[in-house]
Design a binder for this molecule. Structure first.
Ligand code: UGA
Ligand code: MN
Length: 409
């Protein structure tokens, strides 16, 4: 197999089985003693290990062959002269043959209008010179979805010159979400981009990947070469200072993310103002072992890489995306006071199953608020009503349960 073919088969979107699958990230990050960070199961290393065993059995001829292959591969992947090119050639994935993205972008609604009058006590006109931040939020239907988006919106509402790309992991547009996003008054694009069904039952599943890919496609389609890209999940917590920091991004900026796995943090190691390595309790061969929320990319820089991609590889999304845009260590701009401060937290919301209220449907009319309230909660995907399942809904007065007929008739 030629080295080019080897690289292709290891880095294409769907057929890369060589890259060790990371256990469910939230799980792995909290139980990383399952993994052995000091001996990461690197794909290339693993492949090399097998090859070497064959070589030992096969004798010197095979050894020579492997050595030749390795040299060819190194030559192919070295990106010339940078201080970490040796590392890159070891991983052998720098000049990856990614496939260009070819996603269908399904827009539900969008608005380029900024109806906010003041942000951080200043009028909009004070901010017109700033580059736009494209804040990409993958989201998916579950009971916590609308509360999470509401909470996040109330952070983003403070930020001028921000376009919120909300990509929902489902087939159909959620009308309730359209109304909600429009009501916030900031520019947004609401799209749907379901995870391909073949990944749905995988454990771990590539969460938020189809969504981010659709957002990347949207950026491509709009030929955006000006502005900053940031991947902001719907359940993280963002410090307002994050936004002024990422807006300065020239190529790729990085900063620590709090509440990641065993160390409670993941982020760059900085010496003399330069990123030199990474602190993260799960390495697994990742050249860029960073969280999705731990970097931002300038779109002018990204535009130079036609094969920008985020393959469906759970655990490796960040690493492969950053490889697809040719990242090199010396290009990284450390932010957050030289990576000493936490500007974003990997908070995770406890998920619960849908709520259920048992109430006769004849009472869900306008004689009380309950009809409209429960209707709204159903639209939000929070609570459904039933006439038959479980215990009757408790409706009380003066500390005592009352029959529904007494209060609602
Ligand atoms: C961590 C990282 O912080 C994510 O950036 C990364 O995508 C994820 O692991 C992963 O690779 O699995 P974590 O908190 O473990 O995040 O995952 P979630 O918050 O559950 O999901 C990440 C994003 O994808 C969220 O914005 C979520 O709304 C969305 N998501 C999740 C979907 O769109 N579909 C799903 O089925 C699940
Ligand atoms: Mn999360």
């Amino acid at each position: 197999m030629s080295s080019a073919r080897l690289l292709e088969s290891q880095t294409s979107d769907e057929d890369n089985e060589d890259i060790e699958r990371r256990p469910h990230q939230s799980h792995s990050r909290s139980c990383s003693n399952n993994t052995t960070p000091t001996h990461p199961p690197h794909p290339m290393v693993r492949k090399g290990g097998v090859a070497r065993r064959i070589c030992l059995i096969g004798g010197a001829l095979f050894l020579l062959l492997v050595a030749l292959c390795y040299l060819t591969l190194s030559g192919d992947t070295r990106l010339g002269g940078s201080e970490d090119s040796e590392e890159g050639s070891h991983h052998g994935l720098d000049s990856m043959n990614f496939r260009p993205l070819n996603e269908t972008v399904h827009i539900c609604s969008e608005s380029y209008e900024d109806r906010r009058q003041f942000m951080q006590d200043k009028p909009q006109s004070d901010y017109v010179q700033l580059p736009v931040i494209y804040f990409v939020t993958p989201t998916y239907p579950r009971r916590e979805q609308i509360p999470e988006l509401t909470r996040l919106a109330h952070t983003l509402l403070h930020i001028p010159r921000l376009h919120w790309l909300v990509a929902d992991d489902q087939e159909k547009c959620n009308d309730y979400m359209d109304t909600l996003l429009y009501r916030f008054g900031m520019p947004f694009t609401h799209m749907v981009s379901p995870m391909p069904s073949k990944f749905r039952n995988e454990k771990p599943a590539p969460r938020g990947v189809a969504n981010r890919r659709a957002a990347l496609q949207w950026i491509r389609q709009h030929n955006l070469t000006n502005g900053i890209l940031y991947f902001g999940d719907d359940d993280n917590t963002y410090d307002l200072r994050l936004f002024s920091e990422i807006r300065k991004t020239q190529r790729v900026s990085m900063f620590p993310v709090g509440l990641i796995a065993d160390y409670g943090v993941s982020g760059p190691v900085v010496r003399k103002g330069k990123v030199v390595a990474f602190l993260d309790s799960w390495v697994a061969g990742r050249r860029w072992p960073v969280d999705m929320a731990g970097f931002a990319v300038n779109l002018e820089y990204m535009a130079q890489y036609p094969y920008v991609n985020m393959p469906y590889k759970p655990g490796y999304e960040e690493d492969l995306f950053l490889r697809s845009i040719g990242l090199q260590m010396n290009l990284i701009e450390p932010r957050g006071n030289n990576c000493t401060e936490i500007l974003v937290w990997h908070t995770q919301t406890k998920s619960k199953k849908l709520g259920m209220v048992r109430l006769e449907s004849k009472y869900l009319d306008d004689r009380s608020n309950l009809g409209a309230l429960l209707h709204n909660l159903k639209l939000m995907g929070v609570t459904s009503t039933t006439e038959s399942e479980g215990r009757n809904a408790l409706i009380s007065k003066n500390g005592r349960e009352n029959p529904h007929s007494k209060i609602l008739s």
